[in-house]
Structure formats: C-alpha cells, structure tokens
Design a protein around this ligand. Sequence first.
Ligand code: ATP
Ligand code: LTN
Length: 330
Amino acid sequence: MVKRVFSGTQPTGELHIGGYLGAFRGWVEMQHTHDAFYCVVDLHALTAGEEPTRLRRHTLEVASLLLAVGLDPDACTLFVQSHVPEHAQLSWLLECTATMGELGRMTQYKDKAAGRESVPAGLFTYPVLMAADILLYDADEVPVGEDQRQHLELARDLASRFNSRYGPTFVVPEAIIPPVGARVMDLAEPTRKMSKSTSSSLGTIRVLDDPATIERKVRRAVTDIDTEVRYDRGTKPGVSNLVELLAVATGRSREEAAASQAGYASLKAATAEALIEMLHPVQERYVELAGDPAGVRAVLEKGAAKAREVAGTTVSRASQAMGLLPPGRS
Ligand code: ATP
Ligand code: LTN
C-alpha cells in the first residue's frame, strides 16, 4: 500500500532556498512515491497577526511557488487549509482531549509568547490545529523540520490518547525529519539557519531573486581567512555552506563539489552560477503562474474538494466516537 504523506507550510514571508532545498524539493519527490496531501496553512498564519491583504496575497503566492517548484496537481493534493472547514472542526474535538499542561510545555509557544503582554489563545492551541491537519488525512508520514519535532510528538500523543479513550480512530503519524546536514545556513551568519524571519536579506537567497542579486549575495557570503575549499561545518561554517549549496544544486557529493574548486573566488562564482541555473526554471514557471491567478485558484479548488472528501469522513468518525449525535434520522 502506498503511504499517505501530509505536510503544511505557512503563507508568511517569501520562500527562500532553505525551505526549497530543505523541505519543498522533498515534497516534490514524495508526490511520486506517496499519496501526498500538501496544505497552505492560512489558519495557522492568523496566529502571527498577518495583515489581511498580505495574508491573502501570500496565500496565493505560496501556492503558486509550490506549483513552480514542481508540485503537480495530478500527482498530489494541494489546497488551502481554510477551504476545508474540517480542520477547525477536528481541532476543537482534539482541544477537548489536550491538556493545558502539555500545550504549555511546547517550546515554540513559550518562545513566541515570551515577553508579550497579551498572548492570543490561538498561539497556545496552534499545535492542536496542526495535529488536526495531520490526523484528518490518516497521514502515515509527516516531513517537517527539526523545529517541529515536539509538535509531531504531541500529534502522536493526541492520536494515541483518542484511540485508547474512544476506540481506534486515528493513524499515529511518523515524523520524517531531514538530517542536520540538509540545513541551509545564513550566508552572512553561517552558524545560523537561513530563515525568513531572523535572517538579513543579504544572508537569505530567495527563490525569486534575480541572477544579479544571487551573484551579489554569494560574492559577499562570509568565508574565513584560510584559503582551502573543504567541507567542515565545525571550523569552516561559511565555506561548508557554499560547498553544500554547490553540491545540492549540481547533484554532486560534497567531496566532489569541494574538490572541483581551487579557491574561494571560484567556489563563489560556481555556487552562484549553479543556484541561478537551479532557480531559473522555477522562476520562469512562477512568472507564468503569477500571470494566471484564476488557474492557480482552480487547482486549489480541486485540491480542497479532494481533501474535503477524506476530511469529512474522519470528522464524522471522530465525532461519533466521542458521542456527538449524528445529524439526520438514522
Ligand atoms: P521561520 O524561520 O520564520 O520560522 P522559515 O524560514 O524556517 O521560517 P518555514 O516556513 O518555517 O520557514 O519553513 C518551511 C519549511 O522549510 C520547513 O519544513 C522548514 O523546516 C524548512 N526550512 C526552513 N529553513 C530552512 C533551512 N535554512 N534549511 C533547511 N530547511 C529549512
Ligand atoms: N507548524 C508548521 C506548519 C504546519 C505543518 C502542519 C507542518 C502546520 N500544520 C502539519 C506539517 C504538518 C511550521 O511552522 N513549519
């Protein structure tokens, strides 16, 4: 039996090569080996207080970018979370089984709530909505970054608890977490991961950056006073990051990529060229999709209809297991 995979991404900020290489390329591969459901989680983005016009724009942009990087609507189900109301519905059912104690231990919640005078309740229940996303689709596997490991553990706990309290209802999902080496680091501060919220724009290469911008950012990337091109994250974080990027962009091993360059200037030139070449088809496709928002929305509409078929069945199953009276006469 093919396994079901589910993953989600928030429609906030602009997609950078960290997310592309660390996550979305994997999504593209998994659509051919799994029954894949991918979701733009706009309800989650509400917890970040996104401004309404920006949220709407980003939702369409992220969906278009996911299609541009290679998600194929005939090979996977791509949809927007709020188009499938069962996400909020199951989230409530699960909230009634989750405890304040376990949600209060979530490190992402603690980090985001720290120092704020008033904390939205949605920030606290964020991981329950995430569990609902996953459990609705009976997902066997959930590819996520290391930072989401604790949320996945909670989803597993909630599924097992529900199953033992109300009878077998949910599949207990497995997290698929890429090895640490798969992390793309900030070009200006190579000991930190490239991130849309904490990196400077100089340290982040966006999927839609033009060739001149990519060249400039890579040329200015931090290296070290040594001259040897070698992969060694501990003592040469900047050079290793460039080697890693050159390797993944050209499909070679790190050793081959490092051996192919004699010095830092050529390493940078080759890396910039490889990234430009890697992103070129994505950018071309994005321009086409951006010119056809109705086409993208049609894809999302079809995805939501498919998602609702599965999600509706799961919500009925969970509702009945908990003792809610089914609508209708029988
Ligand atoms: P933030 O840092 O603001 O939380 P982000 O830049 O990490 O945001 P997300 O939308 O949280 O972006 O990430 C989307 C996906 O890309 C996640 O699965 C995440 O693990 C992965 N990802 C993000 N940054 C990197 C990176 N630098 N290297 C590898 N994978 C990454
Ligand atoms: N919290 C995740 C996004 C997310 C998600 C999900 C990932 C929401 N629901 C379900 C996997 C499965 C993040 O911030 N990366």
